[in-house]
Design a protein around this ligand. Structure first.
Ligand code: SF4
Length: 260
């Protein structure tokens, strides 16, 4: 089984297709995964690998490790575009997420004031007041919505809780008043004998209605890039992504960024 990608709390800098030169912050265990979704395409592997032994990162450890890394990068004259919360699971599940975001924003201001702070979140905790307060502090609040159709969302994202449905997530994202970016992973293939495809006309129509309700400042469409736990998934060709993006833009008036 594919296992976690990140073996430390601070990782990189790496070149991100969507974000540029990015220093990663992994709040989840360094040898396991904790997520409220269990996506077929998760680069960190399935939740079945377990949460590991290290536990979630402690607030003070994150602050110290990030400070040391930023100081070393600054002294070496390295450029930095963005500090990104991602890693082995869902960062907003961390009990001190709000406080850690506060620390990270302060360190960014001290060492690389021109760099952005981004959070990649699956949006399952987006309605929690402390998470919302934290996400409103960051430059790029990037929230996942892969499908607005319950059956498809549950097939692709496989939420741990049976109560997580697209309608609830869309309601939570509306409360951000447009201060968010919605990212949608476009994927085709098969899982357990079921067709996986969130690029059909019906799927795109449902997403357009969701985007119109949420009114994000931007939409990011992308597709798989690395090995996925479900091996029967395929990349969506970039021409298809661009065609879908043009259609969404013309229906919503919202800028759509494509990463193929
Ligand atoms: S939400 Fe992100 S971390 Fe969680 S399973 Fe999906 S891709 Fe992996």
């Amino acid at each position: 089984m594919q296992t976690v990608l990140f073996t430390s709390t601070i990782f990189g800098p790496i070149h991100s297709r969507r974000l540029g030169t990015s220093l990663g912050v992994n709040l989840m265990p360094n040898d396991g995964k904790i997520c409220s979704f269990d996506c077929l395409y998760c680069e960190a592997g399935y939740n079945a690998q377990g949460p590991g032994t290290t536990g979630v990162s402690k607030r003070e450890e994150v602050r110290r490790a990030l400070k040391n890394k930023l100081q070393a990068m600054k002294e070496a004259g390295q450029a930095l575009d963005v500090i990104t919360f991602s890693g082995n699971g869902e960062p907003t599940l961390h009990p001190n997420f709000k406080e850690i975001v506060h620390d990270v924003v302060n360190l960014r201001n001290q060492y690389y004031p021109e760099a952005k702070v981004s959070v990649l979140s699956n949006a399952t905790m987006a309605g929690k007041p402390s998470v919302m307060a934290a996400l409103k502090q960051v430059d790029n609040n990037i929230l996942k919505l892969d499908s607005a159709v319950a059956r498809t969302m549950r097939l692709i994202n496989r939420p741990v809780s049976p109560n997580v449905l697209p309608d609830g997530i869309i309601e939570d994202l509306k409360a951000y008043g447009g201060k968010c970016i919605v990212q949608t992973m476009m994927v085709r293939g098969e899982h357990d004998g079921e067709i996986v495809d969130n690029t059909t006309d019906a799927e795109i129509d449902a997403l357009i209605n969701a985007y119109l309700a949420i009114k994000p400042r931007e939409i990011m469409l992308y597709t798989i890039d690395r090995k996925t736990p479900e091996q029967k998934l395929v990349k969506v060709p970039v021409e298809d992504l661009k065609r879908i993006a043009r259609h969404i833009e013309s229906e919503t008036g919202i800028t759509v960024q494509v990463t193929g």
